[in-house]
Design a protein around this ligand. Structure first.
Ligand code: PMP
Length: 365
């Protein structure tokens, strides 16, 4: 069959991939994008200039540093808590870091457990690493406690447990004391996904503080959110050196390009500037939590840079009505809600104005 006529049905696609769609929120060119939890504030002109210099000065005829030791040292310094190079691993977004963790600790016949509703990429990480994916529901208010987690562990016997705090898409934080009790009660690898930790009301209450006591703990972080570096693609983890060594076995050699290492290094040197708008975004989130209810909508309390707003009996229609006014949000999460990222003051005003014009029917109407 000639190239142009061949379809996926003619190819020996893995059976579990038949009918699957590539993951991803719609990427639409609209004035106000509040759909993927980015930091909307770009770096300063001088930092961008330094990034450009770093790219100009990187060596492209040689492979990059496979162990990216300099960048790992910077990440360890940024995290603090006495961490060093041996405790840190990184990849092209925390998505890739997680595929390293599951490549090393998941696999055929092994289970990965998470708590729904939660981040919709986890089942894909599991599928791509040939791991089984199992879930347990969170409490009705989307919280988690150690009892619920440990019961699910006893039921499913996973090798990897993922606790997302603050959770995407609900924004719910899991208290550190609960995570500590989970770690005390299991030998499974416990990944605490803190992608949104910098936005939390208490960012210092991080699972990083538990690392010295628990060798099975992985704390996953990213530069995509608070750090305003989503386009740079740099996610990382902190864990015991043995866990980092396991990731090193399954990574592709030279997975972090010379440009990625160079630009991320500049971003980390300017951590203060990159993170300078986190307070503004927290304030925008808190205003959203106040203002949407004042307009008659329901919200779910959030510690991240996004809020679930609803509830519509036809949320797709509400999503479309916002989009029709140039505001892109995310159609995800529990029934009836849309997830709205915290943006600049101008973006938020555009969102509130558009929201006021949405007349899609609400639940219970
Ligand atoms: N974890 C969570 C909970 C997320 O919401 C996201 C991004 N939406 C990621 C991980 C992955 O982010 P990245 O690959 O950009 O680091």
């Amino acid at each position: 069959m000639v190239n142009a006529d061949i379809t996926l049905a003619d190819l020996p696609l893995r059976p579990e991939l038949v009918g699957e769609e590539p993951y991803g929120a719609p990427q639409l060119d609209v004035p106000v994008c509040l759909n993927v939890n980015e930091n909307p504030y770009p770096p300063s002109a001088s930092t961008l200039e330094e990034m450009a210099d770093a790219i100009r000065n990187a060596a492209y005829h040689r492979y990059p540093d496979r162990e990216f030791t300099g960048l790992r040292q910077q990440l360890a310094d940024y995290l603090g808590h006495g961490l060093g190079v041996a405790n840190v691993w990184a990849a092209n977004g925390s998505n890739e870091v997680m595929t390293h963790v599951l490549g090393a600790f998941g696999g055929p016949g092994r289970r990965v457990l998470s708590f729904t509703p939660t981040y919709s990429m986890y089942p894909e990480y599991a599928r791509n690493t040939h791991s089984d994916y199992v879930t347990a529901p969170r409490h009705d208010d989307y919280t988690l406690d150690a009892g619920l987690v440990l019961r699910a562990i006893a039921e499913h016997d996973p090798t990897v447990v993922i606790i997302t705090t603050p959770n995407n898409p609900t924004g719910t934080t899991t208290p550190l004391a609960e995570i500590e009790r989970v770690l005390t009660g299991t030998d499974a690898i416990v990944v605490v996904d803190e992608a949104y930790q910098e936005f939390a009301r208490h960012p210092d209450e991080t699972a990083l503080t538990l690392l010295p006591r628990f060798g099975n703990l992985v704390v996953s972080r990213t530069m995509s959110k608070a750090f305003a570096f989503a386009g740079g693609r740099l996610g990382y983890l902190a864990a015991a050196p043995a866990i980092v060594d396991a990731c090193r076995i399954v990574r592709l050699p030279y997975h972090l390009s010379a440009q990625t290492q160079a630009v991320a290094s500049v971003a980390l040197r300017h951590a203060g500037e990159m993170l300078a708008r986190v307070d503004d975004l927290r304030a925008a989130r808190d205003e959203l939590l106040r203002r949407a209810p004042a307009m008659g909508f329901e919200v779910v309390d959030s510690d991240a840079n996004f809020v679930l707003v609803g509830r519509w009996s036809d949320r797709h229609l509400a999503w479309q009505q916002l989009l029709g006014q140039g505001v892109l949000v995310r159609e995800t999460g529990p029934a009836g809600y849309l997830r709205v990222s915290a943006g600049t003051p101008e973006e938020m005003e555009a969102f509130y104005a558009a929201l006021a014009c949405v007349d899609a029917p609400r639940m219970g109407e």
